[in-house]
Unconditional design. Structure first.
Length: 444
């Protein structure tokens, strides 16, 4: 059988897309997946096109693969292909085809045509919601015991800086029954950690009426089996006020709140098309912790956007000090063609603000690292289940995560043991904090 390899780039939503394409090709009976690119007849590069650095990484990856494998077929899939395939087609000879990120099952047709020598540009639309029954994913690209479940596509918030609606369109929610069926299937195959993802989880169902997210969480948390549910990405402007109470009540829902505030300065937020401010965001943080004392709160901040001056940056540092967020990510604003913010840019001012933001970012990161380290101290002496991801040979060490550490983006837990394998769940006691990581020992 013909063999294919996937080089997956970008976010967790992209990873799910890669897994769906992997399953579709495997199920066709014509292709088999290989983790060794040297053995592949076809290479899929599942690209990210969200911001400029991600696009550069995607293109560099393709150039590198083409140089190393001049005789193999290479297909650009994912967000970059979805957004720019027609523009790149005439000048990007390094690839044999382009495939978008919507009707992913059509990758089988695309792969067959390319293998026969055709140059293909296929950017299909989404299939009808009624036809989008979940596809069982036999092979997951995440760590053993962990999976991402995408409950919707696209976004209706229309933040002025964001290219997601240009790439993935308006909000398209799956049905609640479809999501629950996928989660049941994953649990039955031994998946312990269910990471729910979407551009905004709380918007689930609002494309057809009121939000259905709380109902989904309610039903999912009552499913039988040994598993946990983590929520990733909830837009702060529509945060469900009843969610903390449900989290406090349901043991299977991890008390982990990922709320991307993006900034706290009103002049910056209004230019972003957001309605919050430092006071309302701090009140949200306090309300979550009032209901869920062990809550872990993660956020991201976009630096260098319009109206960000020294006063705005000072306000952001003050907020980080006051809010004591457990985890924070920050990134520099990328001016995205086609977004509203691109149209009202001032190039000279933009370059100046970006330069200031690049100098400011290390200050923010240093402050947040001290906050994170202090927040982690509260877990010392506590017991947690640790999902093992990796065994360090010859070191008597296991690398894993407690439920309050999300995959890829947060710190890790180092377990002092040589008895375990990826996918194991070990009950451990936290012994100390090491930077932004934890150290633990198994409990007999």
């Amino acid at each position: 059988m013909k063999k294919f390899y996937i080089e997956n780039l970008g976010c967790a939503k992209n990873q799910v897309d890669a897994e769906v394409m992997l399953e579709a090709l495997t199920e066709s009976g014509e292709w088999t997946y290989t983790e060794d690119v040297d053995q592949a007849d076809l290479i899929l590069v599942n690209t990210c096109g969200f911001i400029e650095p991600a696009r550069v990484e995607s293109i560099d990856t393709i150039f590198s693969l083409r140089e190393d494998h001049p005789d193999k077929k290479i297909v650009m899939t994912g967000c970059l292909a979805e957004r720019y395939a027609n523009e790149m087609n005439d000048e990007f000879s390094e690839v044999d085809g382009f495939f978008g990120n919507k009707d992913l099952t059509r990758i089988v047709e695309v792969a067959e045509r390319i293998q026969k020598g055709e140059h293909v540009v296929t950017i299909p639309d989404y299939p009808d919601i009624s036809e989008r029954e979940y596809m069982h994913r036999e092979k997951l690209l995440s760590y053993t015991g962990s999976a991402y479940v995408k409950i919707s596509e696209g976004c209706n918030h229309r933040c002025r800086y964001c290219a997601i609606p240009l790439i993935r369109g308006s909000l398209r929610s799956r049905t609640k029954e479809d999501v629950l069926a996928e989660v049941k299937d994953l649990i039955s195959h031994g998946v312990y950690e269910i990471n729910l993802i979407a551009q905004d989880l709380a918007a689930f169902g609002t494309d057809r009426g009121p939000s259905e997210f709380m109902g989904l969480m309610d039903e999912m948390s009552l499913l039988p089996g040994r598993f946990i549910i983590r929520m990733l990405y909830i837009h702060p402007d529509d945060f469900p006020v009843d969610l903390p109470a449900l989290v406090a009540e349901r043991e299977k829902i991890v008390p982990y709140f990922d709320v991307p505030f993006q900034h706290v300065s009103v002049p910056v937020l209004r230019k972003m098309g957001r309605t919050g401010d430092a006071r309302s965001y701090l009140a949200m943080v306090e309300a979550i912790r009032a209901k869920v004392p062990d809550a872990v709160i993660r956020s991201t901040f976009l630096l260098g956007f319009v109206n960000e001056d020294e006063a705005a940056r000072t306000e952001l540092l003050e907020f980080i000090t006051a809010a004591k967020l457990d985890w924070v990510g920050s990134f520099i604003y990328s001016l995205e063609e086609g977004t509203p913010a691109f149209e009202d840019r001032d190039d000279e001012t933009h370059e100046s603000v970006i330069s200031d933001a690049e100098r400011f970012k290390p200050r923010l990161e240093a402050l947040q690292e001290s906050v994170t380290t202090a927040q982690l101290e509260r877990w010392v002496g506590r017991e947690f289940d640790v999902l093992i991801e990796e065994v360090i040979p010859h070191e008597d060490l296991l690398i894993g995560r407690i439920p309050l550490q999300a995959p890829e983006v947060d710190g890790l837990t180092v377990v002092l043991s040589d008895h375990g394998k990826p996918g194991d769940i070990l009950r451990c006691r936290i012994t100390r904090v090491i930077g932004v990581d934890l150290e633990a020992v198994p409990i007999s």
